[in-house]
Design a protein around this ligand. Sequence first.
Ligand SMILES: *[C@@H]1O[C@H](CO)[C@@H](O)[C@H](O)[C@H]1NC(C)=O
Length: 222
Amino acid sequence: MKFAVLVAILTVSTAANPIKRSDPVGIDVSSHQGSAINWSEVKANGVIFAYIKATEGTSYVNPDFGSQYAGATKADLIRGSYHFAQPASSSGSTQASYFIEHGGGWSADGITLPGALDLEAGCYGLSASSMISWIRSFSTEYYSSEKRCAMLYITTNWWKSCTGNSAAFASSSPLWLASWGSGMGALPAGWTTATFWQNSDHSSSNPGDQDKFIGGITGLDK
Ligand SMILES: *[C@@H]1O[C@H](CO)[C@@H](O)[C@H](O)[C@H]1NC(C)=O
């Protein structure tokens, strides 16, 4: 069973970031997975949380968001949503508002993860300082509206090439690190750990990409 193998691989530790077998397992999904996800099966496979794509830029809403979010909720998963950044098309604050209006909000109900900002696919022609300002604009708007800091979904390489490896967000924004291998590898500047780790961009016995929460179930509940 592919999933069992994956879990076994994930017990590998690095000195700085011990990965424990007990770290809660999750998935992230988008319209690629459609509306036919069997969430009870996902839950039965041991998945505890899910991130679901809500929006992109200011003109795209995941058409399956409603059914995916409702399905994850019904299966008793801890769930949240993410926004795919389009930093060249409008300001960070405009995109944060659009995200919040279309499912990206946070609430203190014990089952909602903070909204995440998905930064990938090149630097959109922005200089490092413009990219940092754009992320700050998004993060400030998200925080002022939702009273929670948005999570940043990045790879270390993306962060290095598009922000010059800025340490400006490490003390405020939780890190959701994409690193598809046996360990997280080098973290972007300033962060001492990742909160979430996307360890595979392939589906296993579960749909979507595979993630772990670093810090145990009590930490995830918090
Ligand atoms: C979903 O998965 C559950 C648990 O594996 C199974 O009992 C159920 O029949 C599945 N539902 C559908 C619609 O496939």
